[in-house]
Design a protein around this ligand. Structure first.
Ligand code: F6R
Length: 236
């Protein structure tokens, strides 16, 4: 594991964007696994700059996102589809028909999960998966549990996740209680993984995940079993 500690969020974002850009240069038709939340926003801004300066071409990139809230469609301003459009896709030359986010409004979420896993398989798997980490150690929305779940599946969000994400909604009551998330199989089968985390509040969970026992109660600890993980942590 490559663990990079930096001081500022700006440094983190620049380093993460460089790694993603290198992946795209190395394989222009790569499959990027993408994340939402506050952690990757700066990384996406850097990627947008590179694209708009003519340094980076997204035209043959495919993306698959980690997760989506159950019950929010892509027009809802807190849906993860909307987040991806406004924070990245609307500002770069990616073909939106090749950007995928699980459908949180699917009638049958188990079928949607199976279809999402089949899609990732048909794409040849993920070349580089970008991750954030929750305060409870979740990656995607794989919350602490007795087992690691392999497939894309519906989850009930932990109270701590609802608390953490309430900042994005008008009130805590508005935060959806459920989500659909990529499972550990697709995440861990990615050829490379890049996790970004910032702020003092994430320090303990980063250390527990990377250096503590591998335990589904700390979902990100599974990353210790992956052969090519880079973690970038910034203090602020
Ligand atoms: C988002 C996701 C989550 C977030 C995590 C951290 O697609 O999968 O695991 O990465 O909740 O969120 P922030 O970055 O807002 O602290």
């Amino acid at each position: 594991m490559n663990y990079i500690k930096v001081k500022t969020y700006e440094e983190l974002s620049k380093k993460a964007a460089q790694i993603i850009a290198s992946q795209i240069v190395m394989k222009p038709n790569c499959v990027l696994g993408l994340a939402t939340g506050s952690s990757p926003v700066g990384t996406y801004k850097e990627l947008i700059k590179m694209n708009q300066n003519g340094e980076l071409d997204f035209s043959t990139v495919t993306s698959v996102n980690l997760d989506e809230y159950v019950g929010l469609d892509g027009t809802h301003d807190q849906s993860y589809r909307y987040f991806m459009n406004t924070n990245l896709f609307d500002h770069v030359n990616i073909d939106k028909s090749r950007t995928f986010v699980p459908n949180g409004c699917a009638e049958n979420l188990a079928d949607e999960g199976d279809a999402y896993d089949a899609l990732i398989k048909a794409l040849g798997g993920i070349d580089l998966q970008l991750l954030g980490i929750g305060l409870d150690g979740h990656i995607g929305f794989n919350e602490p549990d007795d087992v690691f779940t392999a497939a894309t599946h519906e989850v009930v969000l932990d109270e701590s996740t609802i608390d953490a994400n309430a900042r994005f909604f008008a009130s805590r009551d508005d935060v959806p209680r459920k989500a659909i998330t990529m499972g550990m199989m697709s995440i861990m089968q990615a050829k490379k993984i890049l996790l970004v985390a910032n702020g003092a509040a994430k320090k303990d969970i980063i250390e527990k995940s990377l250096f503590g026992p591998v335990d589904p109660k700390v979902p990100a600890s599974i990353l210790q079993l992956h052969p090519d993980v880079t973690v970038i942590y910034s203090e602020e």
